[in-house]
Write a new protein. Structure first.
Length: 605
């Protein structure tokens, strides 16, 4: 995740900005930069790679300004090179930004038509020029920001500093968290309170939609309707807690809400999103005849979805195993097989043992891993990083959607190389993948309605999740998430399997969550839903507008999803099942981030 900091100080702020950025290092980043004002002039320093490169630059060129902003960038739009590093600047302002501007292409074109020359691949620069353009019309910085905000779509947060304004920082939150720190004649901004923990522990978190105007002696906050508001000021534990939840209730909630950005970051590694093309591959897919996946839990479900993709898009035979079974089965491994291991932690004992089994058999192995420098990452021959950033909550959320983003990108690449999909289909699939962050942002807005729906699950002893095709593994994932977080009993089934046993469980007390995008499995799923409804089951349908129309009479409740292309449906439909598990657990009062008996990294068999 990108990290944002801002300081209105009494002394030169450059070293303090670097210190604050250091405290945000845990979020992951690939370039960094700071900007200050000297005699009203904007000056910045940026460097690729780790903060030490920026520090080295600072030893050669010291900055004297007492106001500044800083950023660690986790690339989403554009490569992690200096040109794309923040702060971005125009004549009038400098900006640091976290999140995604969904309509940036449209705005970029409009700005270019007005004669602005945009030099980077980022969506951030579009915000900078949009506000600059408004400033040229004579508006004040606050008015210009307010007006520009109304034109931006997406989930994002930014902080701004203006040329000639030595006592002004403006920040806005439309998604990712932002904290304000209160000092004595000094003020701070940070992606979380950890950033300024060594300067102050007095903090308030912006609510979603807030805009903050900071001077050295005042903080004025406005809500999304531009109404002046107050936000609770509290003492932060940032000095002790290295990674903070911001104003989310749990790490899990924070991580679910990070998904538009984390998936975007993942996709940027595998696709050149600006040109809508695949990036070069580490695997020669024409030499692969069979894929053999071995993983555990949620990671295993990601491979079940991948099976549909690799079979249909690349014509590859795919085998899926839970790693604890694979490692002891003595499975034969033919030439042409690529064993692939998916793991968030990279330390899961069974997955690691399966990888070692394959290596011992002389196989070239691949791994899709999140934790950098983990055992699986070190030992696999080909590594596909998921790049979702650190995940603190025991339950996997953002790492699951990033695993899927990697697998979908690889399946498209395999299909292209193996000549199974033509250029037109490839373009359509890539276009669909690029849209995932936008769809996820849209679905996250359903949180309040999903939360109220969850109240009725509290009376249930059992729940069923069903789906067909790529929605079947999402049903499994939904049931797993509910079990592990709320301790309610839940099962996931292929909808077509209902009548072969589980239908006996159905009575009027059992909620049945149906994962049913309007895809080519939809009609079949609906037939199974009718069978369940006829036996009194309480149907909760997760579908889109067309699906809702077709099922109006059988569903007691509907979670209305955006219409999405088939390839992205499992990634987007993972969000409501995460939200259901989360809110049911919160309502039941369980320990959401650390459910009983579970560990984040399972290093035992
Ligand atoms: C469920 C969950 C687990 C993990 C499983 C594998 O929310 O997180 O089921 O997916 O323990 O862990 P990794 O991915 O670290 O190998």
């Amino acid at each position: 995740m990108c990290g944002i900091v801002g300081i209105l100080g009494k002394n030169p702020v450059a070293p303090l900005l670097v210190d604050a950025l250091k405290r945000l290092e845990y979020r992951g980043y690939d370039s960094a930069g700071i900007a200050t004002l000297e005699n009203g002039q904007l000056i910045r320093l940026r460097a690729e790679g780790k903060l030490v490169s920026l520090k080295n630059k600072l030893t050669k060129r010291s900055l004297h300004g007492t106001i500044g902003i800083g950023h660690t960038r986790w690339a989403t739009h554009g490569a992690p090179i200096k040109r794309n590093a923040h702060p971005h600047m125009t004549e009038k302002l400098a900006i640091v930004h976290n999140g995604i501007i969904e309509n940036f292409l449209e705005l970029r074109t409009a700005l270019q038509h007005k004669g602005y020359i945009l030099e980077t691949d980022t969506d951030t620069e579009v915000i900078a020029y949009l506000i600059t353009d408004t400033l040229y019309t004579g508006k004040t910085p606050l008015e210009a920001v307010q007006y520009s905000l109304s034109r931006l779509k997406g989930a994002f947060t930014f902080a701004l500093m203006f040329a000639g304004e030595e006592d002004l920082l403006i920040a806005a939150r439309r998604g990712p968290p932002l904290a304000v720190g209160y000092g004595e004649g000094e003020m701070y901004l940070g992606s979380d309170a950890t950033a300024f923990a060594s300067f102050t522990n007095k903090v308030s978190y912006l609510e979603d939609g807030d805009l903050a105007v900071l001077t050295r002696n005042s903080v004025t906050l406005f809500d999304e309707n531009a109404k002046q508001v107050r936000r609770h000021k509290k003492k932060s534990a940032g000095g002790i807690l290295l990674i903070s939840k911001g104003n989310y209730r749990h790490f899990m909630q924070k991580e679910m809400f990070e998904q538009p950005e984390s998936v975007s970051h993942t996709l940027a590694r595998y696709l050149d999103c600006a040109r809508s093309v695949l990036r070069p591959q580490k695997v020669d897919w024409s030499a692969v005849t069979r894929l053999s996946f071995a993983s555990c839990g949620t990671a295993y479900y990601s491979t079940l979805i991948a099976k549909y993709w690799f079979e249909s898009l690349a014509g590859l035979t795919v085998e899926n195993d839970v790693a604890s079974e694979f490692r002891y089965r003595n499975p034969p491994l033919s030439a042409g097989t690529l064993p692939l291991f998916v793991s968030q932690s990279g330390e899961t004992a069974d997955t690691l043992a399966s990888l070692r089994y394959c290596k011992k058999k002389g196989m070239k192995t691949g791994a899709i891993v999140n934790a950098v420098e983990s055992s699986i990452m070190r030992e696999a021959d080909i590594v596909f990083p998921t790049l979702a950033g650190p995940e603190i909550s025991v339950a996997s959320t953002k790492t699951f959607t990033s695993q899927l983003a990697v697998l979908a990108s690889l399946a498209v690449a395999a299909g292209k190389t193996r000549g199974v999909i033509d250029k037109k289909r490839e373009d359509a699939l890539i276009g669909a993948l690029i849209e995932i962050p936008r769809y996820i942002s849209e679905v996250l807005k359903l949180e309040p309605s999903i939360e109220s729906l969850c109240r009725e699950f509290l009376r249930a002893n059992h729940m069923l999740y069903i789906g067909r095709g790529t929605s079947y593994p999402i049903a499994l994932e939904g049931a797993l998430k509910l079990k592990e977080l709320s301790y309610l009993h839940a099962e996931g089934y292929a909808a077509g399997e209902l009548k072969h046993g589980p239908i006996a469980l159905i009575d009027e007390k059992i909620p049945i969550i149906v994962i049913a995008p309007y895809d080519h499995w939809f009609e079949k799923t609906v037939s199974n839903v009718r069978e369940a409804a006829a036996r009194g089951g309480r149907i909760v349908l997760i579908t889109d507008k067309r699906g809702a129309v077709a099922t109006a009479l059988i569903a007691q409740a509907t979670i209305m999803m955006p219409e999405v292309p088939d390839i992205v449906a499992p990634i987007v439909y993972a969000i409501p099942v995460q939200l259901i598990a989360y809110h049911t657990a919160v309502l039941l009062g369980t320990d959401v981030d650390q459910p009983r008996n579970l560990a984040k990294s399972v290093t035992v068999e």
